[in-house]
Write a protein that binds this ligand. Structure first.
Ligand code: NAD
Length: 333
């Protein structure tokens, strides 16, 4: 098995202008990477973070030539670029989500051609079979539960297909692919408004808006009994680093196993903001599966730890950042 360390390596982060990619660039420098190339399709003023020590480039990675340019001279690739968002976005933009297959296809081809040694791919818990997520009282999802395949329509099918491409690029071409299935990641410096935000950011924003406007009401998508787990960004980037450097050849869960209902998530946000709100449930809004949790048996076995930052602690940091942005009059990125 080939050893691959981040220390002293030249690495590429695709989607570096986004939430997780932006944090990852900083973590890779802290891990001792020799150089970090950071690429995103967005103009620089829309990136959540720009690390001036990185080689920051604006490229459309749906295009094969752009992928070739990005991969040149790189030893490691972190492929996080995707057209994505929370349930409100992915349920209404299935074709756009599936077009991310162009990014994954061209980045894998470019990595192979450039002689990249290791390729990390960010998959999602949306690959899991929907039939196993119908109960609120969910049994945590094990990696094998992705098959027989019945993933989230659009976004989930694209992720599952790209996971398979990673597998076959390894088997047929010897590219060192590693795949993590992220379960709901949240934290500061990510999307919190504009339609692509996910539940923790959306609820944080709504609770803070209610606090500041004095209109003590909140709209909740679904009946509030849906169950989920949420992973704080620092656990996510630690997991990405460890999985990238590991010998784990199969897709592996990277998520928290602290299960809460959406109502409990609202309780936490209200408690942090110091308000109590009247809850209006919108039963026709997109709400995703009824229940989802991450089974962390494999991640504990291989890495000796699991994401464990408490939701209350991560939400306090996230809400503090969103409140600052809100008060500064920030607009959507
Ligand atoms: P994000 O939307 O903040 O970041 C993705 C970035 O990719 C964006 O900045 C976007 O501009 C960029 N991008 C899109 N198309 C591109 C293109 N053609 N060329 C170059 N860049 C392009 O999302 P995120 O939350 O940071 O997620 C990162 C990855 O993790 C994605 O692949 C996502 O599917 C996956 N994931 C995230 C979560 C989560 O909860 N955030 C959960 C599961 C999986």
């Amino acid at each position: 098995m080939q050893v691959m360390q981040i220390r002293d390596a030249h690495v590429l982060v695709c989607g570096a202008g986004g939430f997780i990619g932006g944090h990852l660039v900083n973590v890779l420098f802290a891990e001792g990477a020799a150089s970090v190339r950071a690429v995103d399709i967005k103009p620089p003023h829309e990136w959540y973070q720009i690390n001036p020590a990185a080689d920051n480039q604006v490229l459309d990675l749906k295009l094969r030539d752009a992928c070739m340019e990005a991969a040149e001279g790189m030893e490691g690739v972190f492929q996080l670029a995707a057209d994505m968002g929370g349930m409100g976005f992915i349920e209404n933009n299935k074709a756009l989500c599936m077009l991310s297959v162009l990014i994954n296809t061209h980045m894998l081809l470019a990595a192979r051609q450039a002689g990249v040694r290791r390729f990390f791919y960010s998959s999602s818990a949306c690959v899991y079979n929907g039939e196993k997520q119908q109960d609120y009282d969910v049994v945590a999802l094990k990696e094998e539960d992705a098959y027989p395949a019945m993933p989230e329509d659009g976004y989930g099918w694209e992720k599952l297909f790209s996971e398979r491409m990673c597998r076959h690029f390894h088997e047929d071409f010897g590219l060192g692919t590693r795949v993590a299935r992220f379960h709901n990641v949240y934290g500061p410096l990510g999307t919190w408004m504009g339609g692509r935000e996910k539940a923790p950011a959306a609820i944080s924003r709504k609770v803070l808006e209610a606090k500041h406007s004095g209109l003590h009401e909140i709209e909740i998508w679904g009946d509030g009994h849906q169950t989920r787990s949420f992973m704080y960004i620092d656990d996510c980037t630690k997991g990405v680093v460890d999985i990238f450097q590991s010998d784990i050849l199969e897709p592996i869960n990277l998520g928290s196993s602290e299960l809460v209902t959406i109502n409990q998530l609202v309780d936490i946000a209200e408690d942090i903001a110091g308000v109590k709100l009247k809850r209006n449930y919108n039963l026709s809004a997109p709400k995703g599966v009824n229940g989802r949790n991450s089974d962390n048996t494999l991640v504990e076995k291989y890495l000796g730890w699991e994401p464990s930052i408490r939701l209350r602690d991560g939400m306090a940091k996230t809400m503090a950042w969103i409140e600052e942005e809100m008060l500064a009059g920030a607009t959507s990125k």
